[in-house]
Design a protein around this ligand. Structure first.
Ligand code: SF4
Length: 243
């Protein structure tokens, strides 16, 4: 495992914190994430993509750094993806922002009342999440959207810390990669099998929900349709309201 240096996880006990302390800890975490250089392959890739750019974005300044989570610091729903897209979040600096996957995701979150608008094009587009937070287990865009096992494990403490600081009741995990990370982080044994609509109750009453990833590979082929995604967010809403 690479040395995460000054960005390493710090001990957190959110139950002892006031809301203001929690918000400050989330902001501190985001600041530490954005300067992390622990994974040499991903640092090289995210920065190279930011210089070479896609032709259609040649006039834009890419973010080119790790991407922190974003949303409501009092969120009871957390949405966990995989990693930033090279020309999406790695360009805009906000999770699921500036690509087709984000269009699909935030349209559904808007329909279910978790997002103020159905589009997500830039970090300053006015999008506000209500009772929801969007994040991922890996914060740097990986080549072919495939982080290595070492990169996954090196980055995981950031997600662990973020989830400790959020008062979540339900996590929707998009895709098998994030589902595996969450199951391992939560110490679930036997390891639950990922599937769309899978619902895993945790011993403390919180719930893990599986959902196919909003990648174009799934949405273009119809493996994941808007109504399938709506069902998952509706279920999350029901569970939150029951809790
Ligand atoms: S993937 Fe995570 S641990 Fe690795 S360099 Fe990026 S932010 Fe740091």
């Amino acid at each position: 495992m690479h040395d995460p240096g000054s960005t390493a996880k710090r001990p957190v006990d959110a139950t002892e914190m006031s809301d203001d302390e929690r918000y400050a800890a989330l902001a501190d975490l985001a600041a530490r994430i954005t300067v992390c250089r622990a994974c040499p392959r991903l640092v090289e890739w995210r920065e190279r993509v930011a210089v070479e750019k896609r032709a259609s974005f040649r006039d834009e300044t890419y973010w080119g750094k790790p991407v922190p989570g974003f949303g409501d610091p009092d969120a009871r729903l957390v949405v966990v993806g995989l990693a930033p897209a090279a020309h999406g979040a790695n360009r805009t600096g906000r999770m699921f922002t500036g690509d087709r996957s984000g269009d699909f995701l935030f349209a559904a979150m808007h329909r279910s009342g978790f997002a103020s608008q159905p589009t997500s094009v830039s970090i300053d587009d006015g999008l506000v999440l209500h009772d929801a937070y969007v994040t991922s287990p890996v914060r740097c865009a990986p080549p072919q959207n495939k982080p290595t096992v070492i990169e996954r494990d090196t980055c995981r403490p950031f997600l662990d810390e973020e989830l400790t600081l959020l008062p979540w009741r339900v996590v929707i995990v998009l895709g098998g990669f994030g589902f595996g990370v969450m199951a391992s982080m939560l110490g679930l044994k036997p390891r639950p099998k990922f599937g769309h609509g899978v619902e895993v109750p945790l011993p403390d009453g919180r719930i893990l929900l599986g959902c196919f990833h909003v990648s174009q590979q799934n949405t273009f082929t119809g493996r994941l349709t808007p109504s399938m995604l709506d069902d998952v967010f509706e279920r999350a809403r029901e569970l939150i309201d029951q809790g």
